[in-house]
Design a protein around this ligand. Structure first.
Ligand code: NAD
Ligand code: ZN
Ligand code: ZN
Length: 341
């Protein structure tokens, strides 16, 4: 690794509100790991929940390089890894399952009991280089840009898993997507591609406008939405909440039709009110959804390559990450930002 610099930049979390770009030693891959030159790393609202200490005590080690939506080039591998991977363009499967436990064997590697997700439990991709377990590397098909590949790993994968595997969305169903930001805008596209009637709900008019451009059949400002008078006269059989605020969790439970499903993705509030009687008497299922599987990541990369999902992503230099954290927090980012080191 003589030609690879020994020092690099990394945007690191040191504790609540302590997040900045610093110089660190470039890490070396272990025997079953690879070294990836980061080409793009997407900025997720979960990073903000970490930085601003909004995860209700979920343990985040410090210091930690954040960034869990990563794409780049393999530049070195450990002794136990196929050297032909060097030079490959890859997307990183963030949950990085162990491949051995019950969940990994069942194809639910996103729930792996031994997983140490990148950017959450081990150093992530807001850096020049990142060490990635070799089994977390997924090839990027031609025609998919580095920035698209980066956001595919979460901003596309998470809504894909939430709608297809957890939500079991069927063609012709009516689905409400609450929160059409980084994840939700892709959820709109995925639901349309699956043949659903899509209602997009947000509080920012520009985001609702974008949702309309990406195929939403109806757009609604949640501040003007009275759940007693749903915006359509057909049953909303699936509601996916990509915000997770107290208000949106309630709205989701109120909007959903008898016998329907609510899928919870957003993490804005750790707790929230459960409308027990509504859920029981109307047999509403409330389902949690976490990230997605490695196999699903390969699928969404293929869907992007075929133009069936077009993730909206704008790129900015890694050194500007502090500014983009503030702008995402202020609701000023209309799609997804990816940082380029
Ligand atoms: P984002 O900031 O890009 O989008 C959030 C959207 O919600 C914005 O468009 C915002 O205007 C809208 N919004 C805020 N309050 C609202 C309200 N009261 N009613 C309607 N809309 C409202 O965030 P993101 O990166 O898309 O992430 C969304 C959430 O999903 C975050 O909480 C994030 O932590 C979480 N997340 C969960 C998983 C998972 O695996 N479950 C994965 C990634 C992200
Ligand atoms: Zn995320
Ligand atoms: Zn496992």
């Amino acid at each position: 690794m003589a030609t690879i610099p020994a020092v690099m930049r990394a945007a690191r979390y040191f504790g609540p509100r302590e997040f900045r770009v610093v110089e660190v030693s470039r890490p070396d891959p272990g025997p079953a790991e690879s070294l990836v030159r980061v080409r793009a790393a997407g900025l997720c609202h979960s990073d903000l929940h970490i930085i601003f200490d909004e995860l209700g005590g979920y343990p985040i080690p410090t210091p930690l390089t954040l960034g869990h939506e990563i794409a780049g080039d393999v530049v070195a591998v450990g002794d136990a890894v196929d050297p032909s991977l060097i030079g490959q363009r890859v997307a990183v499967f963030g949950p990085a399952g162990c491949g051995q436990c019950r969940y990994c064997r069942e194809g639910r590697d996103h729930l792996c009991i031994a997983s140490r997700p990148l950017g959450l439990a081990r150093d992530g991709g807001y850096a020049d280089y990142v060490v990635v377990p070799a089994h977390a590397l997924v090839p990027v098909p031609n025609g998919v840009s580095d920035a698209e590949a980066a956001v595919a790993t979460d901003a596309v994968l998470t809504p894909f898993h939430a709608l297809t595997r957890v939500g079991q969305l069927r063609p012709g169903e009516t689905v409400a997507i609450i929160g059409v930001g980084g994840l939700g805008l892709n959820a709109v596209q995925i639901a349309k591609a699956l043949g659903a009637f899509v209602i997009a709900v947000d509080v920012v008019p520009a985001k609702l406008e974008l949702a309309k451009q990406y195929g939403a059949d109806r757009v609604v400002d949640s501040r003007q939405l009275d759940p007693a008078h749903p915006p359509v006269d057909r049953p909303i059989t699936l509601v996916a909440d990509f915000v997770g605020a107290e208000a949106t969790k309630l709205l989701a439970q109120q909007l959903v039709a008898r016998g329907g499903r609510v899928v919870m993705v957003g993490l804005a509030t750790p707790g929230g009110t459960m409308l027990g009687l509504r859920l029981i008497a109307d047999e509403v299922a409330v389902l949690g959804s976490f990230w997605g599987t490695r196999q699903e990541l390969a699928t969404v990369l293929d869907l992007i390559a075929r133009g069936l999902i077009r993730p909206q992503v704008e790129t900015h230099p890694l050194d500007e990450i502090g500014q983009w954290v503030e702008r995402l927090r202020a609701g000023e980012v209309t799609s997804r930002v990816a940082l380029v080191p």
